[in-house]
Design a protein around this ligand. Structure first.
Ligand code: 8WZ
Length: 159
């Protein structure tokens, strides 16, 4: 019997413009102290894209314009029964100025100075493909929050 376990849906929005990415330093909660794109949970009745736009506005106070869905990342944890399914968006343009919120402290990084040592361990695997505009899928197995045990990763032709 193939029981279907619903995955926890999350979004991740990374602004990628003129050779730089906008990342946020997480100030509290899950992933505190890590730089990451902006994102969070998809609410009931909300599309993934709407959630990505909402989270970007909540966490960085900017309004996404054109966004491109580029990645699908599934995270498994040995101490959580439910896998996380993270939809990764490239924010091609936006309105407003990024500013600090309770959650996040935004900062621009040039593509060759991305602070991978202060980011989730999966990022160094897929960021080069994200920056190159590739579509990708990945499955990552975390032993605990800070240790990546194993992964599968592919560039794909469509998501
Ligand atoms: C386990 C995990 C979760 C997330 C996440 C939380 C909210 C949005 O994404 C990650 O993001 C990145 N880059 N690696 C991640 C690993």
């Amino acid at each position: 019997e193939h029981t279907l376990v619903a995955k926890k849906l999350l979004t991740l929005a990374i602004v990628n413009r003129e050779g730089r990415v906008l990342l946020g330093l997480k100030k509290r909660g899950f992933g505190e102290g890590y730089y990451n794109g902006f994102g969070g949970k998809v609410e009931v009745g909300e599309t993934v894209e709407a959630a990505a736009r909402r989270e970007l506005q909540e966490e960085a106070v900017i309004i996404a314009g054109n966004i491109k869905k580029q990645g699908l990342l599934t995270f498994h944890f040995d101490d959580k029964p439910q896998p996380w399914e993270v939809h990764v968006f490239n924010v091609l343009d936006y309105n407003g100025e990024p500013c600090e919120t309770d959650e996040m402290s935004p900062q621009w990084f040039s593509h060759d100075q991305i602070p991978f040592d202060k980011m989730w361990k999966d990022d160094e695997i897929w960021y080069p493909h994200f920056l190159a505009g590739h579509l990708f899928q990945g499955e990552f197995f975390f032993r605990n929050t800070h240790h990546l045990d194993s992964y599968n990763f592919d560039v794909v032709s469509k998501l």
